[in-house]
Design a binder for this molecule. Structure first.
Ligand SMILES: [Zn+2]
Length: 159
């Protein structure tokens, strides 16, 4: 069975930055995604996987704009330390509601100076050239409900 729209694909992968540092991998277990433009995986990786069979591999190089975005200085904000828990440390992730859009956004604490906390809303890997290497482990038909929801239902994901 080859990869095409509405197939669930299981991959093992390794993701590197432009300097060849490993950023993420499937060392803790393979990933699954629903193929076919559901925004479940980086678009350029999805395109490279189109038509591939079990056992085949892809090796995709992406500019920041094709991966996790350019680094944007304007996505850095300062907040009073009083709005954070006492065990605050650099590198912690928090969620905040965007007052304009109402969306929940993830940010990372990148600095603590006096009573001000630097909050970086850029993606953790923004600004990086990304190399994504993957091997196809499994391809199956998606269930109807998975196609309706636009994502894979497994590993206890039910709702
Ligand atoms: Zn669902």
């Amino acid at each position: 069975m080859k990869i095409e729209k509405n197939k669930v694909v299981t991959l093992e992968f390794e993701m590197y930055n432009g300097e060849g540092q490993l950023l993420d991998s499937s060392a803790d277990g393979p990933i699954e995604y629903l193929h076919g433009g559901y925004d479940n995986i980086l678009p350029k990786v999805e395109k490279a996987l189109e038509g591939k069979n079990i056992g085949e591999e892809v090796d995709v190089l992406m500019d920041p704009s094709e991966a996790f975005g350019e680094y944007d200085e304007e996505l850095i904000e300062q907040e009073e330390i009083t709005s954070f828990p006492e065990n605050l440390e650099i590198g912690m992730f928090f969620e905040a509601e965007n007052q304009e859009t109402g969306h929940i956004e993830l940010f990372r604490v990148t600095g603590i100076v006096d009573n001000l906390v630097t909050c970086d809303y850029n993606h953790e890997f923004a600004g990086n050239t990304i190399r994504f290497k993957a091997k196809v482990l499994e391809v199956r038909e998606a269930q109807k409900v998975e196609i309706e929801h636009g994502h894979v239902h497994s590993h206890g994901h039910h709702h």
